[in-house]
Write a protein that binds this ligand. Structure first.
Ligand code: NAP
Length: 498
């Protein structure tokens, strides 16, 4: 059982410490409980659960993966109101999962994970937190994901700007946009969702595009009540619909990331641009010059129409300088603005740099990842026993639902946590040779793929141009490899109960 200590004691002991309450952390907590392991604590930096779906509340925030697939396989929601759920509905779904599977009592809110140190004699991780409270556990599971540290561009002079400034992931809802002149920096997945919404409200919108994304129309529509009822009454039908959708999305991998078919998809998107964007100059500016799939392919049916509005101005000459009330572009033009909104994404390949994680023999994770972050199957790192990453290196996707990857990982991690919690093994540490062979294999597959060879620069790649984020292939292949941990891949020590 979780030791019921008061916060004043500032030290908790448990079997498993989970960090984060997004799909990863919550899913891990639920599956642990199912497995009969209730001695675990979940740390959450915020005052509520939900991860990225709690933080991102910008106007128009929604998922670009169909709702049927963007949910746990064990909790298929028959009440999704749309083909692509909006932020509030996904956030409510996570709250519902926490209640239904009774994991709320395990969550410690307002606890910011700052680092962890492994004690090889005791086979425990000691987790440090921002307020000084310590947590000691036999295993540590990171469910922090990679999209939670907003990336702020370094715009010259921005510190002297007197207007309002905020990031899409930290939307200031108290700032009324009606009638304001606004600069939006970035045209990625978040910006293309909020631009059409705020364009209707603001007096003027200067949209700063560095690289145009490839965009396909979003086949979003309400799911009729009759279909929701059918799913509720015949759950097998919903499972069949989900399975069909899964294989359709898997086929998308083939369709987009296969060069020849990718060209066809590019032609379709270009045709969509021709149809949707009126101004030939804007049309040319939003047409990408790199291969589709190199960056995340975006879905939207209202972004291009928003660019046709007379109050929206697409700027491609870059930001040269920010003055107290304006943004000056590379061509010397000065745009007066009341607010700057960053749609500039997140720290991804450097997401763990600010944490102090120390494994065996005092080895720091930053040192282990000096040449780029890598793990075995995206989950375990040699020299860091009993530490598991959910959605770790090279397990992100461009074509299917990451919730599928998360569930595959939870299964795998659970097969390691069971013997640890029963004290049958003391520590499990992935063999360096196994980790190296795995990474050599996936990097050789990734080298010729569109993410590296498609002629773009994206956050999928680290500073050395190596893809550290994407799983190179079909997700069923990942599922197949992660059904159960093979202990031959690990160096293990016996636990006390042996
Ligand atoms: P993003 O896709 O990384 O886009 C960032 C945008 O900001 C890009 O257009 C980028 O231009 C631009 N940018 C970055 N730094 C800049 C700078 N210094 N100066 C000018 N422009 C700059 O970020 P995001 O839109 O927040 O999305 C991040 C990820 O979150 C997505 O890829 C996706 O995985 C996830 N997301 C998912 C959904 C969903 O529906 N499931 C929705 C939103 C977000 P360049 O392209 O030139 O770098």
């Amino acid at each position: 059982m979780v030791q019921r200590q008061t916060r004043d004691q500032r030290k908790y002991r448990t079997s498993v410490i989970i960090v984060g309450t997004g799909f990863s952390g919550l899913g891990m907590a639920i599956r642990l409980k199912w497995a009969g392991i209730s001695d675990f604590i979940v740390l959450e930096k915020a005052a509520d659960l939900g991860g990225t779906w709690r933080d991102n509340t910008y106007p128009g925030c929604a998922c670009d993966v169909p709702s049927l697939m963007y949910s746990f396989s064990f909790e298929q929601n028959s009440s999704w109101s749309r083909m692509f759920a909006r932020q509030g509905e996904i956030s409510d779904y996570l709250q519902h999962c926490a209640d239904k599977y009774r994991v709320r009592d395990h969550i410690h809110y307002g606890v910011e994970f700052t680092g962890a140190e492994y004690d090889e004699d005791a086979n425990t991780w000691t987790v440090s937190t921002a307020d000084g409270t310590e947590y000691v556990g036999r295993a540590l599971v990171s469910g922090v994901g990679a999209l939670h540290i907003p990336s702020y561009p370094e715009l010259p002079g921005v510190e002297g700007f007197e207007g309002e400034v905020f990031h899409s992931a930290e939307w200031n809802h108290d700032f009324g946009l009606a009638g304001k002149r606004v600069a939006v920096i970035g045209t990625g997945a978040s910006a293309i969702q909020f631009v059409p919404r705020i364009a209707k409200e603001v007096a003027r919108l200067h949209l700063f595009q560095r690289t145009p994304p490839w965009i396909q129309p979003k086949p979003d529509r309400p799911i009729p009540e009759s279909v929701q009822r059918l799913f509720r009454n015949v759950p097998l039908l919903q499972r069949a619909a989900r399975a069909a959708l899964y294989w359709t999305l898997e086929a998308r991998y083939f369709a987009v990331f296969n060069r020849r078919l990718g060209k066809l998809a590019e032609q379709l998107s270009k045709r969509y641009i021709r149809k949707a964007v009126k101004d030939p100059k804007v049309r040319a500016a939003v047409t990408p010059d790199y291969a589709m799939g190199c960056k995340r392919i975006l879905l939207s049916s209202d972004y291009y129409p928003a660019l046709n509005r007379s109050n929206v101005d697409l700027v491609t000459s870059g930001v040269a300088e920010v003055r107290s009330r304006s943004v000056v572009t590379g061509d010397g033009e000065e745009h007066e603005v009341d607010a700057i909104i960053y749609g500039t994404g997140f720290h991804v390949t450097d997401a763990f740099d600010h944490l102090s994680i120390v494994g065996r023999d005092g080895r720091k994770l930053q040192d282990a990842w000096r040449n780029g972050m890598e793990a075995y199957l995206g989950m375990t790192v040699s020299g860091f026993p009993n530490l598991f990453f959910l959605l770790g290196p090279n397990t992100g996707l461009g074509h299917n639902s990451v919730v599928f990857m998360i569930e595959s990982q939870i299964n795998y991690v659970l097969s390691c946590l069971r013997p640890i919690c029963r004290d049958e093994v003391g520590q499990i540490d992935v063999r360096k040779s196994v980790q190296d062979a795995f990474n050599a294999e996936i990097q050789s597959e990734l080298a010729d793929e569109v993410w590296s060879a498609g002629g773009c620069r994206s956050w999928y790649l680290d500073e050395n141009g190596v893809n550290r984020t994407i799983w190179p292939g079909f997700t069923w292949k990942y599922w197949q490899r992660t059904r159960k941990a093979d202990m031959a891949d690990y160096e293990t020590t016996a636990g006390q109960s042996r």
